[in-house]
Design a protein around this ligand. Structure first.
Ligand SMILES: O=C(O)c1ccccc1N[C@@H]1O[C@H](COP(=O)(O)O)[C@@H](O)[C@H]1O
Length: 218
């Protein structure tokens, strides 16, 4: 299972991870309006700390196309109302991977058919999906949605899926049973509003624990 740690807003977090020699598979930067917002010019000098094996992801919510195109990241994550045509255009212009976030709103009458229709519209033009809890802030809410109703839908989607929304270390054993590529978290590895290195390290170790045991048996 892969891990994305999102919403890095201090260079020191990357320096600390480098010192610990432990990295997630993906590091995310929020370019959208947020208390975790960073600017492309601000993060450019930070990128030297990140090994080339780790992919960087930029998070956007309905932002200007120039901002998206010029972002110094490998993968573009669209967390707003970006349409399939927008994703297609930006993919053609940048050649970068595009991940579309599908917001899960369980306060309204729930229909898995609705989510099937949404993913099918994006499937031909994106490289992966993130299922996250719907919120006013559009993300980073720290709130979970119910995963169980999505099990079969995720099984049928032929592109990588990450699950986001209030995920914490305690959720890993359950999420490992789901047909997903990985998990995406931000709030769950924070302490008093800042990224916590001990929490990030524990989380990555928990995700990789059984993988290490499994490969020893090979
Ligand atoms: O982190 C934010 O502030 C944010 C703002 C706007 C859009 C997305 C944002 N974060 C993304 O939300 C998910 C889940 O975060 P959490 O674990 O529930 O805190 C993740 O993809 C963040 O990158």
């Amino acid at each position: 299972m892969k891990v994305k740690i999102c919403g890095i807003f201090e260079e020191q977090t990357l320096i600390d991870l480098k010192e610990k020699e432990i990295w997630p598979d993906y590091i995310g930067f929020v370019f959208a309006k947020s208390r975790r917002q960073v600017k492309p010019t601000q993060i450019k000098p930070w990128l030297k700390h990140i090994p080339s094996t780790v992919k960087t992801v930029g998070v956007f919510v309905n932002q200007a196309i120039e901002d998206v195109i010029n972002a110094p990241v490998h993968i573009l994550q669209f967390h707003g109302d970006e349409k399939p045509e927008d994703c297609q255009l930006i993919k053609e212009q940048t050649g970068k991977e595009i991940w579309k976030v599908i917001s899960v709103d369980q306060n309204h009458p729930f229909s898995i058919e609705h989510y099937r229709n949404v993913y099918e519209r994006y499937l031909p033009v994106v490289d992966g999906f993130i299922f996250d809890t719907a919120s006013k802030s559009r993300g980073g809410s720290g709130s979970k949605f119910e995963w169980e109703p999505f099990y079969h839908l995720w099984q049928e989607i032929e592109k990588p899926i990450l699950v986001a929304g209030g995920i914490m270390k305690e959720d890993i054993p359950i999420l490992k049973r789901y047909p997903i590529e990985g998990i995406d978290l931000s709030s769950g590895v924070e302490e008093e509003g800042k990224k916590s290195i001990p929490k990030i390290v524990e989380l990555i170790e928990e995700v990789r624990r059984d993988d290490a045991v499994a490969s020893m048996g090979d």
